[in-house]
Design a protein around this ligand. Structure first.
Ligand SMILES: NC(=O)c1ccc[n+]([C@@H]2O[C@H](COP(=O)([O-])OP(=O)(O)OC[C@H]3O[C@@H](n4cnc5c(N)ncnc54)[C@H](O)[C@@H]3O)[C@@H](O)[C@H]2O)c1
Length: 359
């Protein structure tokens, strides 16, 4: 099976890429997974994949049970974490037991967070099933939940022991969730790897048809970009911030639209806004901006949506939790494959960018 080693010293792990769950039990044995496992999933994935995963594990000698919470970002909250911890107790998980997070980014963030606090931290494994989680959230060890009005405000860094990606799970994913994941994939190309960007740009048919070989290649190249950034800066004290390309305005659009758009769609809009600022500053030519817009549009991004008024989006930007010393941080492209971080973007530049994306 294809694999990628994420080198984080004693927190290192492998990401496995395949088109089925057939190799899962062997990979679990390779990491000396304990017999006792709790598969944590959401109510949608439970119906689709929980039995298959459980049967593969149990027929190889593991003792796994399934716990599912109600699907959806609105359930990414502390009461659901307590539900997972309760299931750990009910199923007699001890310090050596392991949680298996089976699902999208919500499941990964929550199961990982529960694993980080249960008995002061037990191991966990990620089996991501959305494109967003296969290309972004399952790699890097960020776990957490939403609290009051703030997204991901409570959490912990807790690296998984293994990430097992079965690209064929994307066959059941709603199209809008696939588009959302492509936002992060395209982002990784723009910030770090122009060849990968070209691969994505030039293969929309095979990628959208969900050709397994192409998806495995995309997933592996994509995860290696994220992994290299995380290896250089595990706890986000510097370089890792470039992963926030598109997020400064994207997050504000997400809030201003009352979370009716997916995260990746908003990142797409945010990347266009940031690239527009870069164009106005003379950092990139306008044909690069057009290229980014065309690539997003080819993957189904609607860049002509009616957005809330600029003042409203700007208002949400002021609540950005990634502000430092009261200043907004932006990641701007200087070419495809390279970005810079700046904190001197002026209000009039922001407003022009907001007008551009609202056109
Ligand atoms: N930890 C990180 O580094 C990180 C990075 C980016 C995003 N995130 C978080 O990830 C979350 C978003 O993740 P997401 O987009 O995967 O959302 P999600 O987990 O809510 O999944 C989206 C929907 O698709 C369903 N689903 C999942 N896999 C499916 C499949 N194979 N077939 C059919 N349906 C399926 C889910 O049940 C859900 O209804 C957010 O909470 C965000 O904050 C975390």
């Amino acid at each position: 099976m294809d694999k990628l080693f994420v080198n984080l010293g004693e927190n290192s792990y492998n990401i496995i890429f395949g088109d089925s769950f057939l190799g899962l039990a062997d990979e679990m044995k390779k990491i000396n997974a304990p017999q006792k496992l709790l598969i944590v999933t959401d109510s949608n994935i439970e119906k689709l994949y929980a039995d298959e995963v459980k049967n593969h594990l149990n027929s190889a000698g593991f003792d796994s049970e399934v716990y599912a919470f109600r699907a959806g970002e609105e359930n990414k909250r502390m009461d659901a974490i307590l539900g997972i911890c309760g299931a750990c107790i009910d199923n007699n998980l001890d310090r050596k037991s392991m949680i298996v997070a089976l699902g999208g980014g919500v499941v990964g963030d929550m199961a990982g967070f529960a694993a980080s606090i249960y008995m002061r931290g037990i191991d966990f494994v990620q089996i991501p099933t959305t494109l967003l989680s296969q290309s972004d959230s399952s790699v890097g060890g960020k776990t957490g939940i939403d609290f009051m009005d703030s997204k991901n405000i409570l959490g912990a860094f807790h690296q998984p022991k293994l990430v097992y990606i079965n690209v064929n799970t994307l066959k059941t994913l709603p199209e809008i969730q696939f588009i959302s994941g492509m936002g992060e994939v395209i982002k990784h190309g723009i910030i770090r790897d122009s060849e990968f960007y070209d691969f994505v740009k030039n293969n929309p048919e095979k990628i959208k048809e969900l050709d397994s070989k192409t998806l495995i290649e995309m997933s592996k190249r994509n995860c290696s970009i994220k992994a290299k950034v995380v290896e250089a800066d595990e706890k986000e004290s510097g370089l890792r911030a470039i992963l926030n390309f598109g997020h400064t305005i994207g997050h504000a659009v997400e809030s201003a639209m009352d979370f009716k758009l997916t995260h990746g769609e908003c990142v797409g809009i945010g990347m266009v806004a940031a690239s527009y600022i870069a164009t106005e500053r003379g950092l990139i030519d306008s044909d690069i901006l057009s290229d980014i817009e065309n690539t997003l549009a080819n993957y189904g991004f609607n860049l002509k949506l009616k957005l809330p008024e600029c003042d409203i989006i700007y208002g949400f930007m002021q609540k950005d939790k990634k502000k430092s010393n009261g200043k907004l941080n932006f990641v701007l492209p200087i070419k495809i494959g390279e970005v810079i971080r700046v904190n001197d973007v002026k209000d009039d530049e922001i407003y022009k960018a907001l007008e551009y994306i609202s056109k």
